[in-house]
Design a protein around this ligand. Structure first.
Ligand code: 4AD
Ligand code: MG
Length: 431
């Protein structure tokens, strides 16, 4: 007997198959019993009639939610069934029958309760497609960079230096020396890109964010790219191509999951079809003000500011050339106007906030030393990073895309906590 996965049922119409999974729900209607079985790839309805063996008919009535089981039956097309196919069940064999009721019923629960049961919540109808889309986003990123000839690399997680400012560092005692959890692999990618030309990685990043918002995690995943001989213009082009690629890949590979989440794939495709909008920080301030948000030149953007831009453009928008004071030490100043840097943040549509931060990097030793000093940072821990400007320094650029924010936008979920299996937030370390 072939074991098949729910997502492949269409290829087995009329065959007797074995499905292995968990009981999601059940109901009875007259003499017929229905079991909803999930297996990670999807949910299928099993129809149990009195023609099934008597024990199976009995089980279909009494098995509790989240019993694990093996189901044998014949695949048949049914336009009314979710997914278009159902199983005419011959036999059910329980693998494990829970003794206690599953804590998460099919009714509504409060967020606190669900978060305390995240290890079980991830089995539920809405969470599975989100995590499957997350998987596709990772694959899309890898496929994109592989097609472009970028080399996958890694950066350390335990580091001795700050990348994105000193206020969000998670300190660590490294055998008596101060160390931190990495905020971004960027500085190390700048080194590997001088060895390998064009590099990327998808790695965990840590920020001791005191902000309790629907966009912030303290541990999240960033896809970072860095390329030698890439300038600011090329950097924006690369980011735009990547974001469009991710959306098109997910729509093609995970259309069913998007529909399960009631996310219209056509809206996503429309958002990335046209060239992304592009404005300077200065222009952004005007637009944000015109939407009634109080903001001064030199302020960083909060959620209301990002949402105003998002609403204004209705598609991704690059905001470039920020005042140097709001951005980190490693960004290259604009030679035309040294009060701003050659950077851009990409703001997602529909109020999902900033999904990419990137820039061209400082490439001379003199400028770097000056900018480190201006930022009030000690030179000693950055000695290796300064070295990169001593031998064969070249113009280079890169960026980091926040995976969870991207998944939030694509899936249309309201809060970032549902886009990662086990979110870490200000008030959340369990489970
Ligand atoms: O803008 P950020 O801080 O940029 C950097 O860390 C650069 N060193 C990246 C680079 O150039 N290689 O972070 C990049 C992206 C943000 O745009 C956002 O999408 C995401 O990472 N991000 C977060 N996502 C969830 N929770 C947080 N606390 C985040 N902080 C940043
Ligand atoms: Mg940023």
């Amino acid at each position: 007997m072939t074991q098949v996965y729910v997502e492949d049922l269409a290829r087995h119409e009329g065959e007797e198959v074995l499905i292995q999974g968990w009981l999601y729900n059940k109901r009875s209607s007259g003499k017929v019993r229905f079991v909803l079985v999930r297996d990670g790839t999807g949910i299928v309805q099993g129809v149990v009639t009195p023609d099934a063996d008597p024990q199976t008919f009995e089980l279909a009535e009494h098995l509790p939610q989240e019993s694990s089981l093996r189901v044998w039956g014949v695949v048949r097309a049914d336009p009314r069934a979710p997914g278009g196919y159902e199983i005419l069940v011959r036999r059910i064999e329980p693998v494990h029958i829970p003794k206690e009721p599953f804590p998460i019923g099919l009714k509504e629960h409060g967020v606190g309760f669900l978060m305390d049961h995240r290890h079980l919540w991830i089995r539920m109808r809405k969470q599975v497609p989100i995590l499957r889309i997350r998987d596709a986003v990772f694959w899309a990123i890898r496929a994109f960079f592989k097609e472009r000839g970028f080399v996958a690399t890694e950066a350390p997680i335990i580091v001795g230096t700050a990348v994105e400012g000193t206020t969000t560092l998670f300190p660590l005692d490294y055998f008596g020396e101060p160390a931190y959890l990495s905020q971004s692999g960027q500085l190390y990618l700048e080194a590997t890109c001088m060895a390998l030309g064009r590099v990327y990685w998808i790695g965990p990043c840590f920020r001791a964010e005191k902000s309790k918002t629907r966009r912030h995690l303290t541990e999240f995943w960033m896809a970072e790219a860095e390329a030698a001989f890439l300038d600011h213009e090329g950097n924006l082009k690369l980011q735009e191509d990547l974001v469009r690629y991710i959306v098109e890949y997910v729509v093609s590979e995970r259309r069913r999951e998007l529909l399960e989440l009631e996310r219209d794939p056509e809206i996503l495709l429309r958002e990335v079809r046209e060239p992304f909008a592009r404005i300077t920080y200065r222009e952004a301030i005007e637009i944000i003000r015109s939407h009634g948000v109080d903001i001064a030149y030199g302020d960083d953007f909060g959620a209301p500011a990002e949402d105003a831009l998002s609403a204004h453009f209705g598609r991704p928008v690059f905001v470039e050339r920020y005042p140097k004071e709001v951005k980190p030490f490693y960004m290259k100043r604009d030679p035309q106007d040294p009060s701003v840097v050659l950077n851009a943040d990409l703001i997602a549509p529909e109020g999902y906030g900033e999904i990419i931060g990137g820039s061209q990097r400082v490439d001379t030793e003199e400028e770097l030393l000056a900018q480190l000093r201006e930022a009030g940072l000690p030179l000693e821990p950055y000695r290796w990073y300064i070295d990169l400007r001593k031998w064969g320094s070249v113009p280079h650029s890169g960026f980091g895309l926040g995976v969870e924010r991207t998944v939030a936008w694509i899936t249309g979920v309201n809060h970032i906590r549902e886009t990662i299996p086990f979110p870490r937030m200000l008030d959340r370390l369990y489970p």
